[in-house]
Design a protein around this ligand. Structure first.
Ligand code: 5AD
Ligand code: SF4
Length: 444
């Protein structure tokens, strides 16, 4: 048998790209490739890129530059660019970096083996179509290896919301939901391979409306309840959600569905109604706050997480202050914040920018507030008993690390827990980025 070729994949951006990279590795497994952790001995290097903000695309170009030496030393080495930068700038990449052999958009990755064969035969290959066949299905018969305790599962892709700043509706296309039966099959398969926690992914995951086994449209809540019945699956999470798609059933599930974790990532982007309108968000700060009240009424201990953009075109100090006020009111457990970055082809990219230094200064102020909140929420765990799903050994001998229900990293010293074990832990200390815990005796 021919020796396996080696594939090195570097993933940028969101969890959906992590999921896609796993699928691309599986697809290339069918073409005789095994994954390697280093580009140095790879026969093929694949960058799975993100286009959401400027720096991400720039990183791709500088990373490609770094591979020039490898390519010169081994002209047989094939270099591919996948993901959203590939989708948005495919031809530009080929022009700017002639050493790139293939470009594949996020909707065509199941065609990767054909593209690789084409590139091996000496022809540059570019595929940024939105093919009709289901890329998830095209891969479902690939051999599958044992998995760790946590996994991502993409259930929905694309977005029809067209926020004025965002490239997703252009790079990932229109909203599409996978049929519930396929999602449930994949979840059962993951559980058989060792997975205990599944995070359902979608750019707008709570807009999920896949066909159910009964032929009717299933909502995300319906899908979560069906996943709740899978033996051996212990935890369910989902991300990313839009405030307008938090329906009553999904809110109720947070209070009633035993395996659905008390953590919700619900980006609001700004606390100013004037800016929200210009962002085409179609909700107000007030409606978002009332929504969180309802979610907290269903699940009082839920940990809220969010995304914020500062320095959106025409954002004034008063608009920014409204964002800080909203953050004060919500008390986030986690939050991700970004300086606005104009994305070519989006409506906001045409508008006048906030002064760069002003935007940077606002970002710093916002991040300082968020850091304080995150820390306060994390510190409030001290003295509490939480469930931890152990994932792997820690840096110190005998230490095990995992995540609490609230997604805090927790480490336990001198632990005999195994990866995949879910056990109760008492939190004894709150550190910079994680909690320290000790096992609760006498509990299973
Ligand atoms: N500039 C800055 N941040 C952005 N995001 C999306 N588009 C942009 C942009 N053009 C942020 C939003 C989104 C997160 C994934 O990335 O906050 O929720
Ligand atoms: Fe982008 Fe999310 Fe807005 Fe869709 S809802 S356009 S993915 S920010």
């Amino acid at each position: 048998m021919a020796e396996a070729k080696k594939l090195y994949i570097k993933t940028y951006g969101c969890q959906m790209n992590v999921y896609d990279s796993e699928r691309m590795a599986e697809a290339m497994g069918g073409a005789g490739y095994v994954e390697t952790q280093s580009p140095d001995d790879a026969d093929m290097i694949l960058l799975n890129t993100c286009h959401i903000r400027e720096k991400a695309a720039e990183k791709v170009y500088s990373e490609l530059g770094r591979f020039r030496g490898l390519k010169e030393a081994r002209p047989d080495l094939k270099i591919g660019v996948a993901g959203c930068v590939a989708q948005a700038e495919g031809e530009e990449i080929m022009r700017r970096q002639p050493m790139v052999d293939l470009v594949v958009g996020p909707q065509s990755y199941h065609r990767l083996p054909e593209l690789e064969a084409k590139a091996r035969a000496g022809t540059k290959a570019l595929d940024t179509d939105f093919p009709l066949e289901d890329k998830f299905d095209a891969l479902k018969n690939r051999p599958k290896a044992k998995r760790g305790p946590t996994a991502f599962l993409t259930v929905q892709e694309g977005c029809d919301k067209f926020c004025a700043f965002c490239v997703v509706p252009y790079t990932r296309g229109a909203e599409v939901s996978r049929p519930a039966t396929r999602v449930l099959d994949e979840a059962r398969d993951l559980v058989e391979r060792g997975v205990r926690e599944i995070t359902l992914l979608g750019q707008n995951v709570n807009a999920y409306h896949g066909e159910g086994p009964d032929g009717k449209d299933w909502s995300l809540a319906r899908l979560i309840w069906a996943l709740n019945d899978i033996d051996g699956l212990e935890r369910i999470r989902f991300t990313t959600s839009h405030p307008n798609d938090m329906d009553d059933d999904l809110i109720a599930a947070h209070g009633e569905c035993e395996k659905l974790m008390p953590y919700l990532h619900l980006p609001v982007q700004s606390g100013s109604d004037r800016i929200l309108k210009r962002m085409n968000r179609s909700h107000t700060a007030e409606s978002y706050l009332r929504l969180i009240e309802r979610i907290r009424a269903a699940r009082p201990d839920i940990l809220m997480s969010g995304d914020f953009i500062v320095g959106f075109p025409e954002e004034t100090e008063a608009d920014f202050q409204a964002t800080l006020d909203l953050i004060e009111e919500v008390q986030y457990g986690y939050a991700f914040s970004f300086k606005y970055s104009p994305r070519p082809g989006t409506p906001a990219a045409e508008r006048s920018m906030v002064d760069e230094a002003e935007a940077s200064e606002r970002l710093q102020r916002l991040q300082a507030l968020i850091t304080r909140q995150q820390r306060a929420v994390q510190d409030s765990m001290v003295g509490r008993r939480v469930k931890v799903l152990f994932e792997k050994p820690g840096r110190l001998p005998g230490q095990m690390v995992g995540k609490s229900d609230y997604l805090h990293a927790v480490h336990v010293a001198e632990s005999d827990a195994q990866p995949g074990e879910l056990s109760e832990v008492e939190i004894i200390e709150s550190g910079a980025n994680s909690l320290a815990g000790r096992p609760v005796q006498g509990l299973s």
